[in-house]
Design a protein around this ligand. Structure first.
Ligand SMILES: Nc1nc2c(c(=O)[nH]1)N[C@H]1C(S)=C(S)[C@@H](COP(=O)(O)O)O[C@H]1N2
Ligand SMILES: [Mo]
Length: 251
């Protein structure tokens, strides 16, 4: 059997690379982030070779759920469109799934609630140096993408959010490996309640093997693309474009 350690050894990867692939907790500290970014491609390649991206993120017990799950970044989108949706309990909200799909979807929250669901208690790690354990309920993204019927050219999934950051809106993206990971869900519940606005209501991404900024909140549209170059400034996410954050923020 090829272990991750022996494979990394035989590839001649440095000790830094080994530390990187083995320790996602350290990735949560701001000091570590710069170090990790340089190794992004390496980490991704080693992860693919070892199959670790198919592994499940750790799940926790109810007793381990954090007393409060803080809000970070936007805690309530300020624009009128979102305010109107929130004011009537998101009854007029529609999630769009489009791009390189044969069957574009437009779904209300009622319809999304009736889709297959998964509940998972996981730890969220923010690069600003905090973590929290929360119990998320939502529908697997893979099921939505199967319903939409991907075209052969599909490579990435882009999440377009409701909140404004200067002249752009928040957005993020992941590849199809993460999109079809069983713990990648579009969440509408947190700790047994409706997802609070502070945490991304009505719908937010959970992509459990990556850092906090990948978990797009206030998702309005899921766009399937063949390349990230035509999205935003081309690096795959708001923080990637504006502050050079790593696009691949997992192990
Ligand atoms: N739309 C949107 N999504 C976002 C953000 C944001 O500001 N806007 N912040 C990101 C960051 S940095 C983190 S750590 C998490 C915070 O999620 P929380 O507010 O539920 O704690 O959301 C991520 N997704
Ligand atoms: Mo974050």
């Amino acid at each position: 059997m090829i272990t991750r350690r022996s494979l990394i050894g035989s590839l001649g990867v440095s000790a830094g690379g080994l530390l990187l692939s083995g320790c996602d907790r350290i990735a949560a500290t701001p000091a570590a982030r710069g170090f990790f970014e340089g190794s992004e491609t390496l980490t991704r390649d080693v992860s693919r070779l070892t199959g670790s991206r198919h592994a499940l993120a750790q799940e926790f017990s109810d007793a381990q759920i954090s007393a409060t799950f803080r809000s970070n970044g936007t805690s309530r989108p300020g624009n009128a469109d979102y305010a109107e949706l929130a004011a009537n309990g998101f009854r007029d909200y529609r999630l769009r799934v489009d791009g390189l799909v044969r069957r574009p979807l437009t779904l209300s929250m009622d319809q999304i609630h009736r889709l297959p669901r998964r509940t998972q208690t996981t730890r969220h790690d923010c690069v600003e140096g905090w973590s929290a354990i929360g119990k998320w309920t939502g529908t697997p993204l893979g099921g939505l993408l199967r319903d939409a019927d991907l075209m052969p050219a599909a490579r990435y999934v882009v999440f377009h959010c409701a909140d404004d950051y200067g002249s752009s809106k928040y957005y993020e993206s992941i590849d199809l490996l993460d999109a079809f990971h069983p713990q990648t869900i579009m969440a509408w519940g947190l700790n047994g309640h409706a997802l609070p606005i502070a945490n991304g209501a009505p719908l937010r991404l959970r992509v459990e093997r990556q850092l906090g900024y990948k978990h797009a909140k206030y998702v309005m549209r899921i766009e399937v693309v063949d390349s990230l170059l035509r999205i935003g400034a081309g690096k795959g996410g708001y923080w990637e474009d504006s502050n050079d954050y790593a696009w691949f923020a997992g192990i």
